[in-house]
Structure formats: structure tokens, C-alpha cells
Ligand binder design. Sequence first.
Ligand SMILES: [Fe+2]
Ligand SMILES: [Fe+2]
Length: 134
Amino acid sequence: MRLTWTPNMATGIASMDAEHRNLIAAHNDLVEALADGVAADVAASLGRLLAMTQDHFRHEEDVMRATAFSGLSRHEVEHDLIITEFYNARHRLLGGVIRTLDPAMMRQFKRWFVDHVTEMDFDYVAHLLDHGVE
Ligand SMILES: [Fe+2]
Ligand SMILES: [Fe+2]
């Protein structure tokens, strides 16, 4: 269930690549916490991943907005979907409704991350590089 950085994820925008790598690391921390099975650690790891993901999405949306990228609103919808799903899962964990995360949800996140970075994020690459975003 771990995520591994692969060269096809490299956008060539240094800040985005660094953030994507950090998200992979945070995801893998969560996978480890799930394997250990300590509910408080799972909630803490999920909280960190959620916060880092929100920061990353905000960063992407800010630079897309600042450079008037035409695909911004479509991109924001995708971001909002994943944040909502993780926020709800964290809420259920903290409330004691669930004790762990559904493996199907983790598989879905993994698939979503790879697809999102290699497809949707790549849509903005040429535009942002043209506007000097690093
Ligand atoms: Fe991204
Ligand atoms: Fe994105």
C-alpha cells in the first residue's frame, strides 16, 4: 500500500515536486500507522497528511489563479473531492465512529494521487513554467 516516487511524477516545477514527495512520505507514515493499529497514531498521521494536502492544494490553486490558468476551476473540484473524503474519515475516526481506515479508501487515495499528479497536475506544467513558477 506504500506509495513510491516514480520519474513520471516529476513535473519539473521544483516546489510542486518537493511537495508531492512530502505527500508521498506522509502517506507512507499513515500506512505504517495503520499497520501498527494504534487508533491515536492513525488519527495523528491522517491529520498531518490532510494538513499537508490542503497546503499543497492551496499552493497549486494560488499559482494557477495568479497566472490566470484556464483549468483552475476544474482542478479545484478535484482537490475539494479528496479533501472532503479525508476530512470526513478523520471526523469519524476522532469521533470513535470508526477505529481504522477502510483499505479500499487507502487504495483509492493511492490511485487518485498517482492519476492526479501524472494527469491533472501535468495540465498546468507548461503554463506555470511559461509564467516563471519554480
Ligand atoms: Fe499536486
Ligand atoms: Fe493538483
